[in-house]
Design a protein. Structure first.
Length: 163
């Protein structure tokens, strides 16, 4: 599975309250949540993401509460994938369960720049920055994780299996 897009960079410790503030959790409409994703970090993020982007972040992306809405809001906003140096475990799992590709990429925030166009191969773990001739190695995802993400999330994956 290949994911391509332009990069929006974020820093370290982007917690779930920054991703989707608690005041919006009473809403269930994914598009409404998308309008407010990362609002405290960048009020224009949802507009930028609507074109389809790849987020590159530092350490501990998705730390904090286990709110599933964080992954849902990012995906609904147009985020195609998140590449980070590390993730909070529950966010990583919530992203996969909701069909949002995530990969752990040591030192990625020091290599990829805002606005870079990247191509990510989930199977090999390679991130290509063709304009600069750079390849970055990330941790490969297990085949089952790739199948879940490719299906659109865990529920869709199970539906395809007839369960």
């Amino acid at each position: 599975m290949i994911v391509e897009g332009t990069v929006i960079k974020l820093g370290d410790r982007i917690d779930t309250d920054l991703i989707i503030p608690a005041k919006y959790l009473k809403y269930t409409d994914h598009q409404y949540l998308a309008q407010h994703v990362l609002e405290p970090v960048d009020p224009e993020f949802s507009k930028k993401a609507s074109k389809g982007v790849i987020v590159v972040a530092g350490k501990l992306f998705g730390m904090g509460s286990s709110r599933e809405q964080a992954a849902i809001a990012l995906k609904a906003a147009g985020v195609k994938m998140i590449l980070a140096e590390s993730f909070a475990r529950i966010f990583f799992r919530n992203a996969i369960n909701n069909g949002l590709p995530v990969m752990v990429c040591p030192n990625i925030s020091n290599v990829v720049r805002e606005g870079d166009y990247v191509s990510a191969d989930l199977s090999s773990g390679e991130i290509l920055i063709p304009e600069r001739g750079i390849t970055v190695r990330c941790k490969e995802l297990p085949d089952i994780v790739i199948r879940i993400v490719d299906a659109g999330g865990l529920i869709e994956y199970l539906r395809k299996l007839g369960r």
